[in-house]
Ligand binder design. Structure first.
Ligand code: SF4
Ligand code: SF4
Length: 60
């Protein structure tokens, strides 16, 4: 599984994913959130928290 990716067009900066991330890997960058790939452990909590289906985790 790869680090989380956030689709900017779907993100409404509600910050639910920021609050859900145990690694502090998500921050707001202007009008969308971004994931620090170096910190992300691919736990999937951000994807579960997001209500706009903006987060993608890809299983390799
Ligand atoms: S997958 Fe887990 S560690 Fe990675 S950004 Fe989402 S909540 Fe944080
Ligand atoms: S939970 Fe979804 S919509 Fe909300 S800030 Fe995170 S990625 Fe954006």
């Amino acid at each position: 599984m790869t680090p989380a990716r956030i689709e900017r067009a779907r993100c409404v900066t509600c910050r639910r994913c920021v609050a859900a991330c145990p690694e502090g890997a998500i921050s707001v960058d202007g009008d969308a959130c971004v994931v620090d790939r170096g910190r992300c452990v691919a736990c999937g909590r951000c994807a579960a928290a997001c209500r706009t289906d903006a987060v993608r985790l890809v299983w390799a």
